[in-house]
Design a protein around this ligand. Structure first.
Ligand SMILES: [Zn+2]
Length: 344
């Protein structure tokens, strides 16, 4: 990335109200068949345009073609029965009715590759594509087949690698794996979580990122955050292993969070997507607040490795709030960009 402090988002952006109920996570599609297909593409173009208007440098599809950041990918795979549901505890935090793994998992055809080609055809800017990480995928399922979290994660990593290679060929510049589960299952992260992630990126020449956050601003997450105390040190568990990994970029949550900034020191050498926008509040950050977060991060990341970003996805926010937050991200970044350039 040639531009200093290139901005991006963690992934999802609000959907237009004509395609799905707004300000709601995982809301149902309002259309079906060809109408839905066309509507998803229109929504993707609007989302792209809103990012460009707000001055976002590395753009995405705003996850307009998926209902859920994990499930939509899994829906396209063999071996998972969506009618056979079991209640499991997600990230040790909340119970959910989830589909069952009933046989060997495989990808019968590409999942997001056509969407990525469509995005690529409509912008010259670098594009980032988000996929779920292997550990977060297994945490969203009941496994009645492999009966081993590690084995299932490894199978998913192989499937993700197939998808990632095709996304790369479609012109995606950065492939990001969403692994909020890395903030929860520390022993597994160290035993096989990072290894599974490296399996997912094997042979890729494009840049790769892992997004580790404290989740959307839903109640189960905000309640969990209240139990974490005044200093959130969860990143301390995964960062040493990630620092040694082949992942290029680590995307993390910094705005209004209790993550001590100096933990970033543990991934010295990696590029860091610094979350400078809180997605759990409707309050729009001022450019100065964004700039302050970035200045703090600059103590621990070299300027050429800092990528200003949002804490997490913005799908539960209103479009107006999300737009304001994207503009604040750009404006705050520009303040710091000028400070760095004038200091040279
Ligand atoms: Zn997130």
């Amino acid at each position: 990335m040639k531009k200093l402090l290139p901005t991006s988002t963690a992934g999802s952006l609000p959907k237009p109200s004509w395609i799905a109920e707004p300000e709601k996570l995982w809301s149902e599609w309002k259309l079906t068949g060809d109408d839905l297909f066309q509507a998803k593409r229109d929504a993707l173009l609007i989302s792209l345009q809103e990012q460009i208007q707000a001055g976002i440098d590395i753009v995405s599809d705003g996850e307009q073609t998926r209902q859920h950041f994990v499930t939509t990918f899994i829906e396209h795979l063999e071996g998972v029965d969506f009618t056979k549901r079991e209640i499991v505890r997600i990230r040790n935090r909340y119970d959910a009715s989830v589909p069952s793994v009933v046989g060997a998992v495989s990808r019968r055809k590409p999942v997001f590759v056509e969407d990525a080609k469509f995005l690529r055809a409509h912008t010259d800017r670098p594009i980032k594509w988000a996929l779920p990480g292997p550990m977060t995928m297994i945490d969203t399922l009941y496994d009645g087949h492999y009966k081993s979290r590690e084995k299932l994660a490894w199978e998913f990593a192989t499937i993700l690698n197939q998808e990632a290679k095709e996304l790369e060929a479609a012109g995606v510049n950065i492939i990001q794996f969403d692994e909020p589960a890395f903030n929860v299952f520390f022993d597994e992260v160290n035993d096989w979580g990072v290894a599974a992630l490296e399996r997912a990126i094997e042979g890729l020449k494009c840049e790769t990122a892992v997004h580790i956050c404290y989740g959307y601003g839903i109640k189960a997450n905000t309640d969990w955050k209240k139990t974490l105390g005044s200093e959130w040190r969860q990143y301390e568990e995964s960062f040493p292993k990630l620092q040694k990994s082949k992942i290029d970029i680590v995307s993390l949550e910094c705005q209004n969070s209790h993550v001590p900034m100096d933990l970033i020191e543990l991934i010295r050498g990696k590029k860091v997507m610094v979350g400078a926008i809180d997605v759990a509040t409707n309050e729009i950050e001022t450019p100065e607040q964004v700039a302050n977060t970035l200045r703090k991060a600059l103590q621990f990341v070299d300027a050429d490795k800092l990528y200003p970003c949002t804490n997490c996805g913005m799908t539960p926010l209103s479009r107006e709030v999300a737009r304001g937050k994207l503009q604040a991200l750009s404006a705050g970044t520009e303040i710091v960009r000028q400070e760095i350039l004038s200091a040279k």
